[in-house]
Design a protein around this ligand. Structure first.
Ligand SMILES: N[C@@H]1[C@@H](O)[C@H](O)[C@@H](COP(=O)(O)O)O[C@@H]1O
Length: 239
């Protein structure tokens, strides 16, 4: 794992942008995209860049079950606002949170991932070490599935909703095996609320109880974070 510590979230976004621009210029065709507050600066840079996305495909990690794409808390809405409006892709895929048949939506999404191997996958990380919505205990060999969100994730994500009762209780989410199949991974984490997750992801045993720990086994992972997020990390990992 390569760890880059930046002054703040803005310089972190600029660092991530450099990696994205470089990979796209070198032929990356399929981008795995994430939501949350961590990638916003990167998306701003991408949206204002002169990069052309019209030949690229994007595949998002997850979507809440039950939210219409027009709902301003849906991940469809987030992606449109932060990136797709400014930079349309050839195809942009997200799970359909309104699908009446979850099993066929899950199968459809797995097929999309199979047909479009991900060149560059962007990730954030939850405070409990979840990646996408793969909560502690999710099997490492999982593919797309419906996830019941933990109370900790519901509480953390309630900051985006008017009240905690409005936070959906489940999501459709790309599995850990699919994330690990990406050629290259960039993970963004800023702020002291991520310190536990960063320490255990990097130093801890690789265990399904800490989903992000699996990234220790991936050959090409870059973690971009600020000082607050790495304050508990053994300095030997920062050399
Ligand atoms: N499903 C998303 C994750 O993909 C994201 O990584 C996490 C952290 O969000 P933030 O970047 O806002 O800290 O939040 C949600 O749970």
């Amino acid at each position: 794992m390569k760890i880059i510590v930046t002054k703040d979230k803005i310089t972190g976004g600029a660092q991530a942008f450099k990696i994205f621009a470089n990979e796209i210029q070198n032929g990356a065709k399929v981008l795995g995209l994430a939501t949350g507050s961590s990638p916003i600066e990167l998306y701003q840079e991408l949206a204002h860049s002169d990069l052309n996305f019209s030949n690229l495909t994007s595949i998002n990690l997850d979507e809440y079950v039950g939210l219409d794409p027009k709902n301003d808390q849906s991940y469809h809405y987030f992606m449109n606002e932060h990136l797709f409006k400014a930079k349309p892709f050839k195809h942009s895929y997200l799970p359909n949170g309104l699908a009446s048949d979850t099993a066929s939506e899950v199968a459809r999404y797995d097929q999309i991932i199979k047909e479009h191997p991900i060149d560059l996958q962007l990730l954030g990380i939850g405070r409990n070490g979840h990646i996408a919505f793969n909560e502690p205990g999710t099997p490492f060999d999982s593919t797309t599935h419906e996830v019941k969100l933990t109370q900790s994730t519901i509480e953390a994500n309630s900051r985006f909703f008017d009240s905690i009762d409005e936070v959906p209780k489940s999501a459709i989410c790309m599995g850990i095996a699919s994330i690990m199949s990406a050629k290259k991974i960039v993970l963004l984490a800023f702020g002291e609320k991520k310190r536990w997750a960063i320490k255990h992801m990097v130093e801890g045993p690789v265990t399904e109880e800490m989903p992000a720990s699996i990234l220790q086994k991936h050959p090409d992972v870059t973690i971009i974070c600020d000082k607050a997020a790495v304050q508990d990390l053994d300095p030997k990992y920062l050399k």
